[in-house]
Design a protein around this ligand. Sequence first.
Ligand code: F6P
Length: 385
Amino acid sequence: MANPKRIGILTSGGDCPGLNAVIRAVVKASALKGWEVFGIPYGTDGFIEVAHGKYQAEDLLLSKHGYALPGMLKGLDVLQFLSGSILGSLSKGHPENPEIAAAILQGYALLNLDALIVIGGDGSLDIIYDLAQKGQWNIIAIPKTIDNDVPFTEWAVGFTTAVDIVTQALYDLTFTAASHERVIIVQVMGRDAGHLALHAGIAGGADMILIPELTPALTVEMIEGCCQQLMKLRHAGRHFALIVISEGVHDLEGRKEKYIADYLADKISQVSQRLCDSPDPRYCDLQALDIRATTLGHIQRSGTPLSIDRLLATFFGIKAVELIEEEHFDEVVVWQNGQVQSIPLKPIITIIKQCHQEKRCAFPVDPEGFIVKTARSLGIYLGET
Ligand code: F6P
């Protein structure tokens, strides 16, 4: 057998379902090869703690910790079922601080690792790639994010579970909307990408879906369009409605709103009232619309990972271990055409950096793609006038 390897693993950026399933797969596959896996706490901040002497390498050995449940459950391997990250995660790195970067590099060197597996979204991958270049680290990246905005991978770990959580929320809200003949506007996460809102909106039976790729900012015409759609629904016998709005859609002035669903609720109330007060009798149906807004928030990042996320996480974790065995570093593991694959990290980082600089999404929804077409074919209003 080749020399046993020492590999590090960390989670960075917002948590999402499936992180622990990646860690479990890496630990299991590595153990079979006689390798050691060191779990770095709180993303790259864990290396700072190592540099400051808070942790020795053996404190971080994941294989040592086991899954010690009490009584008859002793030995039960629950890790792949649990959301969050057993390692903790770091939402904001410190890319500009040279002292912190030096401590991170020092901590990494002390652990004497052969490779590091980084489970992160586009922001974390960007920051950690720069550190890896400075420290000559051998890294393998695994994309995770409920936003699904990492380029070159059709799925990132956590996305499908988040879609399911939002879909379930829409289903649940349907009944209260129906009982009170209400319009419920649901604000969905996704940063500046609309994948989560679009997928869940279709699966959850939304009547309207507003995503930044199609409607970067609200317009008066678009809000009138929402009112027209509400009238159409009423004429067809549906006296309630579900509107999904992605948090990345900006307000009428093109500004980011923390609560864009509440903002839209106010605007639809005002515009529907104005239309109602107009002499045009077609708009009478919009009289006294009852509108509520709901922001789903961080519930979208939690919950038990769905089987599809556990599988994706496991495929990605195993692929990462294979790449390390082949000493094929600086790669990102991706899901393309129903297969796990790997591609060089550098071109992805170049795209991510450029998009960050230009403040645009690195992997937006394709406005001409089949998913948008599907929504249109169902008669879902997408804000187009
Ligand atoms: O990137 C994941 C995400 O959940 C986004 O959808 C959301 O905009 C953001 O993180 C929220 O970040 P925080 O947890 O820092 O509030």
